[in-house]
Design a protein around this ligand. Sequence first.
Ligand SMILES: [Zn+2]
Length: 213
Amino acid sequence: MSIKIPIETSARHMHICREDFEKLFGTGSELTFQKELSQPGQFVAKERVTVIGPKGQFENIALLGPLRPETQVEISLTDARKLGIPAVIRQSGDIEGTPGCTLSGPNSTIDISQGVIVAKRHIHMTPTQAYKMHVKDNESVFVLTKSYERALIYADVIVRVHKNFSLSMHVDTDEANAFANDQEPYGVIIKLFDSDTYDVSEWIDEILSGIQR
Ligand SMILES: [Zn+2]
């Protein structure tokens, strides 16, 4: 069966570790709660940071709590170009070898050596929802979005399953604009192949060589 998946747009934001947070905001500082997010326990903090790259900067970048083991800045491809930082698409938490940037807060300015990513689009869901939709954790799926005159089928959408997740697909601002999202955007998972996952590049090669599935 298929389930209507609400699509939420993540604007540029960051997660931060205690060490970097205390450097930017002062020793003993704590994140101040401002607003709850859809995933349980996650919140927007009141504190803001300036993210600086070789070509530009963004002020008032929101910090999402709680604190994490590693600092991670999440931007769109458009943002990456404006900052002058190479765009590297990664799943959240997978920051090894990604570009760094400069961060500025009220207490100091610091350089981080890695952690700037363009988050890979994904769907949060519970094990029950995954069971109903016949998908598994870390599976790559296709999502057809509801749109006015500009519907889009997203490939390479990663399923993330956890009992505490709330059903929601997360895209960045570029991705949201690409399908002209309306007030309550949603999508559905579509199965284009019999197998669980399918490599899209392989599919393209097949089509170019005349194989039709
Ligand atoms: Zn997410």
